[in-house]
Design a binder for this molecule. Sequence first.
Ligand code: ATP
Length: 291
Amino acid sequence: MGTPTTQMPTAAESRQNHAAQPFTAAPPRTAIEAIDLVKDYGEGSSVVHALRGVNVAFEQGRFTAIMGPSGSGKSTLMHTMSGLDGATSGRVMFEGHDLTKLGDKQLTLLRRTRIGFVFQSFNLLPMFTAEQNILMPLTLAGAKPDRQWFDLLVRTLGIQDRLGHRPNELSGGQQQRVAIARALITKPALVFADEPTGALDSVSSAEVLSFLKSSVKELGQTIIMVTHDPVAASYADRAIVFADGNIVADVDDPTAARMSELLMREREQATRGMGAVPLPEHKAQRLRGQA
Ligand SMILES: Nc1ncnc2c1ncn2[C@@H]1O[C@H](COP(=O)(O)OP(=O)(O)OP(=O)(O)O)[C@@H](O)[C@H]1O
């Protein structure tokens, strides 16, 4: 046996050793990104600044919740990022395209194939069965379903024994799960969910949120969800808080308690009409009747 060497490795050895090291997780890739995104409604003295230069990137394979007081710009962000509504200025980068530069036809195609939507009101077609509703985006596009993906989706969502039922024969929670399967059937790069549990009781909400979470963990889906409910946000990997057209908090692994606290703070400030700027203490005391 030779004496163990204590010499420093050469640059070439060092490169070789480096190459032989176990693979470390690649940094998450961005699914969609807003850059200096501005959206104004109206003009002149009646202008509403709904988004005031928002910069945010959403990573692939993550579940992000967007919260904030009413009127803070959550829906506007979702609508401008998905190209449903035009931006006043700024960019939205998605799969190498700036969506703010695309025409209506290109946007419609992109939305039909690459972006899924889940709404509070389910939006299922009442005369069709659950299976027909799920397959509708493919039927409309004249595309063949991938049966394996379909089976995996309905199994993950626990609706395999409800496929022959029409929406009025399903509970709210089951209808929302069908709507989620419909959003995922085209294997979209990302899904926008707008208050997906807003019309559900707490048990059905928990079911739907668990399924959204498992579609991220097990199917690698990217989900961006607007919600008013801190408990719903606690299912997400990340939560962003909006106030007055700006992002004022960005939290990893949110808990319901933390989100309630942040929301309460923003609601109080919004009620005082001071945006995200805290009131000076003497004014706060006056409002509380202490001065
Ligand atoms: N089509 C429109 N025309 C004029 N103003 C609008 C329009 N849509 C939204 N706004 C205004 O833009 C601001 C942001 O609205 P947005 O709907 O994005 O808020 P939100 O956070 O989603 O609210 P909520 O939680 O109540 O749904 C609000 O002041 C709203 O009144």
